[in-house]
Design a binder for this molecule. Structure first.
Ligand code: ADP
Ligand code: MG
Length: 333
């Protein structure tokens, strides 16, 4: 079996990149030169972002396989493009390789990259390969295209708040990830939602090509409460959401019931759901629901935007109202 040292930097890059399966039909120059080259589509906008994942902080090599890590690293970046209403097109991947990382590990990581690239027609257009003294790290830069972009600012009082998919699965899954006990089917589903989130690229596409007036949008990475605060802050509005409306997967509610777990903290502050949270005036709701039904995609109305600047409140199932403080979601520092 070859070692990274024997392959050398260029041998390793060649080995990893020669197995890439998806190539964009319009690419002018791919991997191998100083830059990759693409044509620019007139009239459309470029949306770009970058994300770093550090071992010990964003992932743990004892609880995730390299394939899962590869899929997740790309999925969370695709989610950022989706959050703007864009279509992801290409990624650049930087690897910081520490001593314990092997060639087979990197092969599997790239197999994970390949899966997502193929599934979403995204080209891995290049990257950088460096050594890292302690932790392994990955950086993904992503480029997408959008005709109209949906930002965090623009939500208006009276707009309705919607979310795709279900909430809390990922953070509840994280609880079972490190447990050594045998996992049930439900646990596996939840753990899968944590390790292998689905970026809502299809849902973003539905919204982007519709004529629905999406007034703001964000992807839920820090937890519903925190990310709703981000929208409220950027839009200078408040929000009221209903506990009874927060969408739960059957696996999530069964697991909470069986283990006497209070679902609310997971639904509100769990994080890493990678669902889309967005707002629109009420006259767009019929159209929205029709489009999502047609695509067999899940969307749920969870509340409305209010006048109170930056105040997010939750109407509990027992009728009480509580204010949701900011920053109970994930914060690095
Ligand atoms: P440079 O010396 O110009 O930085 P490199 O030797 O780093 O070039 O990279 C050579 C080519 O390989 C470039 O096209 C670069 O984008 C690509 N590349 C480098 N590392 C990776 C990687 N980890 N994954 C994919 N492509 C890579
Ligand atoms: Mg380089």
């Amino acid at each position: 079996m070859s070692k990274i040292k024997e392959l050398g930097e260029f041998g390793l890059i060649h080995r990893l990149t020669s197995k890439l399966k998806f190539q964009a039909s319009n690419s002018i120059l791919g991997i191998g030169d100083d830059c990759a080259v693409y044509p620019v589509k007139s009239g459309s906008k470029e949306v770009i972002s970058t994300d770093a994942l550090v071992e010990g902080i964003h992932f743990n090599l004892s609880t995730t396989t390299p394939e899962e890590l590869g899929r997740k690293a790309l999925s969370v970046s695709l989610s950022d493009i989706a959050a703007m209403g864009g279509a992801p097109k290409r990624v650049l991947v930087t690897l910081g390789i520490s001593k314990k990382i092997s060639v087979p590990f990197l092969d599997k990581l790239y197999a994970g990259f390949n899966t997502i690239c193929k599934r979403f027609n995204v080209e891995l257009a290049g990257g950088d390969t460096v050594s890292s003294p302690n932790s392994f790290f990955i950086n993904v830069a992503i480029i997408g295209e959008a005709n109209r972009v949906f930002t965090r600012r623009g939500a208006k009082p009276g707009d309705l708040i919607f979310v795709t998919g279900t909430l809390g699965d990922s953070s509840l899954g994280l609880k079972f990830l490190s447990k050594k006990t045998k996992r049930s089917k439900d646990h596996n589903f939840l753990v899968g939602r944590h390790l292998d989130p689905t970026p809502r690229v299809q849902e973003a596409h539905i919204l982007a090509r519709s004529r629905i007036n999406i007034t703001s949008m964000i992807d839920i990475s820090d937890g519903l409460a925190q990310d709703l605060h981000h929208i409220c802050k950027a839009s200078s509005v408040g929000a009221r959401i209903q506990e009874s409306q927060l969408p739960q997967s059957p696996e999530f509610s069964r697991t909470c019931n069986r283990n006497k777990i209070n679902p609310l903290p997971f639904l509100l502050n769990g994080g890493e759901d990678y669902e889309l949270l967005f707002t629109l005036p009420s006259d767009g709701v019929k159209n929205l629901k029709r489009q999502f039904l047609k695509a067999k995609a899940l969307v749920t109305q969870i509340g409305e935007i209010t006048l109170k600047p930056k105040k997010v409140s939750l109407e509990k199932s027992d009728g009480r109202n509580i204010f949701l403080p900011e920053s109970e979601g994930f914060n690095h520092f």
